[in-house]
Write a new protein. Structure first.
Length: 127
């Protein structure tokens, strides 16, 4: 596994993407509406910033209401998400997703519960 992206909850993905472009020279490499969110990926070296702006009520809108803008999750890329989930089970890590599901940009994803991962919502992502 290796670091893939940081998911950042924001009220305005376009403005934040522009700021990161101006500050760090990051470029938008993918943008879509997915699962009630505007999702914008900015390339940053070997990884990405994934900007998550809610369009409808859902996980990200609730996160913003409770916590405000900021890092929502960290994602690790894997070539075998099923094996990653099995390893998590073997280490008694609670799974938010018992089975992989479709994610943004056509990826397969599964989330691990932050109560067992040091308070960090971790996403496994298979490209």
């Amino acid at each position: 596994m290796h670091f893939d992206h940081a998911g950042i909850a924001t009220d305005d993905a376009a403005t934040l993407a522009e700021l990161y472009g101006d500050l760090f020279g990051l470029e938008t490499v993918h943008e879509e509406v997915f699962d009630g969110m505007r999702v914008v990926f900015l390339e940053c070296g070997d990884g990405y910033f994934e900007l998550l702006e809610p369009i409808t009520e859902g996980t990200i809108s609730r996160y913003l209401e409770e916590n405000g803008p900021g890092i929502h999750h960290l994602a690790l890329a894997t070539d075998d998400i099923e094996a990653g989930l099995e390893t998590a089970r073997e280490h008694d890590v609670s799974l938010i997703d018992e089975e992989p599901r479709s994610g943004a940009w056509g990826h397969t994803v599964a989330f691990l519960h932050p109560k067992d991962t040091g308070g960090i919502l971790l996403e496994l992502v298979e490209h």
